[in-house]
Design a binder for this molecule. Sequence first.
Ligand code: OAD
Length: 252
Amino acid sequence: MDDLIKQAADVLRNAQHVVCTTGAGVSAESGVSTFRDAETGHWAKFNPEDLASQRGFAANPGLVWRWYMERLYGSTVVARPNPGHDALAQLEKIVSKFTLVTQNVDTLHEQAGSTNVIHLHGNIGHFYCNACRTDYELRDEDRSADTPPLCPVCTGMIRPGVVWFGEQLPTAEINRAWEAAESCDVILVVGTSGVVYPAAHIPFLAKEHGARIIDVNPDHDTIASIADLFLQGPSGEILPQVLATMADGIIS
Ligand code: OAD
C-alpha cells in the first residue's frame, strides 16, 4: 500500500486539473450512513422507490417526510467533516485546478473548506414545493410533523431538495461536471459504488478523454477494475496519507 500511496501522490502532484468525484462512503466516517453497504446502508433496510421517488412520495408523503427529517436531524446536521473531507479541501489548495463533484446531499465538503463543489443530487437541508417549486424555509414544528408541510403559495406538498430516482439532475451542475470530466487529467474517485447514473459515468468519461483514475474505496467497487491506481481502504485513512506523502515531496 505504501507504494500505491506514493504513486497516487506523484500523479496528483503532477496533475494540471484534478476532478474528484465522491459518494456516500466519504461521509461514512462522519457517521452518515451509505446507501448500499450490506448491514448499515439505507437501501439494505428500505426500498429506494418508496422513499426517493415521486411515486413513493405520492403513495405515502408522511413516510417520506419522516425519513428525510430523521436523516437530516438524526445524522446529517450533527455530522462533522472527517479527515477524508479535510484532505480533499487541502488538495484543492495544492493542485493547479480542482473540481469536486459529489453525489452527497450533506455539506461536509464545504464545512471542511472545499470551495469548488458541484452537488449533483441536491442538498438535504433545502426544501421546496413539489407542485410550484417555490423554496420553503423549514420551521421548527416541521421537524416532528407526521406529514410534509404545505406550500404557503399553492398548498402543494413541501419536499426535500434532493434528486429522486426518475428525476433530472440539475442542468447547470451536470454540464459543469461533464466539462470538468472531459478536461481533467486525473480523476480521483472516492467512496462511491458507481452504480447510479449519470454520476457513475463521470470516471468513464474522464478516462475516455485520457485522464488517469485513482479510486479510493474499502471494497472493490465498479471503478476499481478500470482504475490506474486502486487504494483499498477507508478514505478517512487513505486520503490523509496521500496528502502527507505529497507534502513530503515539496521542497520549501
Ligand atoms: P453507495 O452506498 O452506493 O456506495 C458507498 C460506497 O462507499 C461503497 O462502494 C462503499 O464500499 C464505500 N465506502 C464505505 N465506507 C467507506 C469509507 N470509510 N471510505 C470510502 N469509501 C467507503 O453510495 P453512493 O455511491 O454515493 O442517490 O450512491 C449513489 C447514490 O445512490 C446516492 O447519491 C443516492 C443513492 O440512491 C439518490 O438518492 C438519488
